[in-house]
Design a protein around this ligand. Structure first.
Ligand SMILES: [Mg+2]
Length: 356
């Protein structure tokens, strides 16, 4: 089998772009889909997909490790490049989709499945909203059986604390409450807020400070008993190695469509397991393609902590597939068992959202 083409498809909805990668083979009807979405970098990622395509067209799509190394190393520049990393991730996901389809097995089985038929999920994320709306939403999610909820913070210490306290009152003591600051604090501010959040029983503090601020993560992880989480912006195992060696994160959150695809996230997770650090895969604003890939990865992941289920509406997650992804029930989401990623993109939906 040979790769005959690598295509980048850009889709747009609600002022956002998503990038999809389709790898086509010379086997009739056999192709794979991947996602390579990197907000504000659409053209750069599409260019990187086209550059990487030159290296792999004509190659055997099932030699994924070989192709990954070639795409990572052929250009010999320093490897920590998030644009190329995202393009590589999209291609890698598509290659695993092809391998699974060629073998007639879901990707989690090809990865040597951990045997999970469902994944434990948490609801993500309660966004900045008026308090009454926020509380209604939190109460509804707890009533649906989500064992954990994530709240966006970063509105200042008092406002963040007030939201945490009010939400706790409506969800009760059993539901885990996580907070995600999207890097909006400096180390000093995060430390002050973190001490107050842990006194409120918050389970994790996600991206308290900017990803470049490794010393800040290290300081926070040492000073706080609450778990420090992060890593959604990172590409490759060497980036995660820094956090792990410094014990700067208690939970890592690689995004499969950014951190290097299946080939790399399984290595990142293995590296984390040696430090006894669990993995909570990041899905964020991903489309159904990256979510499907994340589910397959998580189903094969021994050190999975919890899976991020994004509940706010996203047309590229809900309308892109011929058969939509399963919805969670009682805090669990079903793992699709069809070959590859277990998804088929709807040609009509793709045509409707596609801009180039
Ligand atoms: Mg986050």
């Amino acid at each position: 089998m040979k790769i005959t083409a690598v295509e980048a498809h850009v889709c747009n909805a609600r002022m956002r772009n998503w990038v999809f990668v389709r790898v086509v083979t010379d086997e009739p009807g056999l192709h794979g889909w991947g996602e390579a979405t990197l907000e504000w970098h659409t053209r750069a990622v599409v260019g990187a997909v086209e550059d990487l395509a030159e290296l792999i067209v004509g190659e055997d799509p099932t030699r994924i490790e070989h192709l990954w190394q070639m795409m990572m190393r052929q250009h010999f520049w320093h490897g920590n490049d998030i644009v190329r990393g995202t393009a590589l991730s999209g291609i890698d996901i598509a290659l695993w989709d092809i391998l699974g389809k060629a073998l007639g097995q879901p990707v989690h089985r090809v990865l040597g499945s951990y045997g999970r038929s469902t994944l434990p999920v948490y609801a993500s994320s309660l966004l900045f909203k008026p308090t009454a709306e926020l509380l209604r939403e939190a109460e509804g999610l707890a009533a649906q059986g989500f064992p954990g909820l994530k709240l966006k913070i970063g509105q200042g210490l008092e406002a963040d604390l007030r939201n945490v306290r009010e939400i706790r009152k409506v969800i009760g003591p059993q539901v885990r409450l996580m907070t995600d600051a999207n890097c909006s604090y400096d180390t000093l501010g995060a430390l002050e807020l973190g001490r107050r959040l842990e006194a409120e029983g918050v389970y994790w503090f996600e991206e308290p400070v900017a990803p470049e601020n490794l010393e800040g993560y290290e300081k926070l992880a040492r000073a706080l008993d609450m778990a420090i989480a992060g890593g959604e912006t990172e590409f490759n195992r060497w980036a995660f190695k820094e956090y792990l060696q410094r014990q700067a994160m208690d939970i890592i959150q690689p995004d499969i469509a950014r951190a290097g695809g299946f080939t790399e996230v399984r290595k990142i997770a293995a590296l984390a397991s040696a430090f006894d650090v669990p993995v909570a895969p990041h899905t964020g604003a991903s489309s159904a393609v990256a979510v499907a890939a994340s589910i397959q990865w998580a189903a094969a992941l021994p050190n999975l902590l919890t899976f991020e289920h994004m509940y706010p509406p996203n047309p590229l997650r809900e309308e892109l597939l011929a058969d939509p992804l399963p919805s969670p029930a009682n805090g669990q989401i079903e793992v699709p068992q069809r070959p590859g990623l277990g998804i088929e993109l709807s040609p009509q939906a793709l045509a409707r959202f596609r801009t180039s």
